[in-house]
Design a protein around this ligand. Structure first.
Ligand code: GLY
Length: 312
């Protein structure tokens, strides 16, 4: 049995070593997943998480994140949060400092301020150019200021895009520490050009994130609406309670999500880690992989995800 393990979606590579260092020095799974996630949130090259995330239809970067503690099954989450670089740490404060599980929008931003988090401009020039370019492609006669889109954003909902395309995606970190505790962190800027206020699976416990020391932890990337409808992360862990292997539990949960119809796309990828340190990943798209480290690996290792069904 592994002494410690951390696994992450492929865009978690930038935070892998930091997360493994926490575990190697005897730190908790909770600290490890937060540390790994923060580095992805600060990576301006990743247009699907934190700083540099592509904005909603009216040009605002709105972030979703959650953290789960498998020891207590406590959870903290923030949704549609604007103006803070580290939603994962704010989610952890929600878990540790409030009687609540999920704070959204203005309330989440207010709480972040009260907890001493510093405000940040998250819309990078590159992300702004991409957003404006996409909207100008729709209407070449557009006047400066993009005001029309602020007044009629719903007209442009066909522009909304899966954060896994073309690269990167929501980030998942799952860890097992030397004390046998599991934790899971998920952070995202959600679908590009989403309607303002849209919330995906990432901050919804049971949908995009779940951890229970007794059975395992699971997390999702891809079309969050599917993971919400199929309660996918909890579904993986439920299958583990019935004695399935990690891989079989993931297959069953993804097959269930795959059976849902969705006109906006059905791409979904899952990761899971059990209390023995066994882990696996599945995706309904070919070519997806994940990364992991344990006490025997000096460098992050890459693993191909098994393809289950076909997403769009
Ligand atoms: N899975 C991330 C999202 O749909 O926002």
């Amino acid at each position: 049995m592994a002494r410690y393990v951390v696994i992450a979606s492929s865009n978690g590579s930038v935070g892998m070593r930091a997360a493994a260092d926490v575990l190697a020095s005897g730190g908790s799974a909770l600290d490890a997943v937060e540390a790994g996630c923060r580095l992805v949130e600060s990576n301006p090259e990743d247009h699907t998480v934190g700083l540099g995330g592509l904005p909603n239809l009216v040009g605002e970067v709105e972030l979703d994140a959650s953290i789960t503690d498998g020891r207590t099954r406590a959870t903290g989450a923030v949704a549609a949060l604007k103006g803070y670089e580290h939603p994962i740490s704010i989610a952890r404060r929600v878990m540790e400092r409030t009687p609540h599980v999920l704070l959204a929008g203005e309330g989440a931003a207010r709480f972040a301020g009260e907890m001493g988090f510093e405000r940040a401009e998250l819309l990078t020039p590159e992300a702004q150019t991409e957003w404006e370019g996409k909207l100008r492609d729709e209407d070449p006669d557009l006047e400066p200021g993009l005001l029309r889109y602020h007044e009629h954003a719903a007209r442009y909902l066909h522009l909304t895009r899966d954060p896994e395309k073309p690269a990167g995606g929501t980030v998942n970190f799952l860890a097992l520490d030397a004390a046998g505790n599991l934790a899971c962190a998920v952070s995202t800027s959600g679908w590009y050009f989403k309607y303002p206020g849209r919330v995906g699976d990432s901050p919804i416990v049971g949908a995009g994130n779940y951890a229970d020391n007794r059975y395992g932890a699971a997390a999702c990337t891809g079309r969050g609406e599917l993971a919400i409808r199929a309660v996918t992360a909890h579904s993986v862990v439920m299958h583990l309670t019935y004695g399935l292997t990690v891989r079989d539990a993931l297959r069953h949960a993804l097959e269930d999500a795959n059976s849902l119809e969705d006109a906006y796309g059905t791409g979904l990828s899952l990761l899971a880690l059990d209390p023995h340190g066994d882990h696996a990943g599945v995706s309904n798209r070919a070519g997806s992989h994940y990364v992991w480290m344990n006490e025997e690996t000096p460098e992050p290792q890459q693993e191909v995800r098994e393809v289950v069904g076909a997403g769009t």
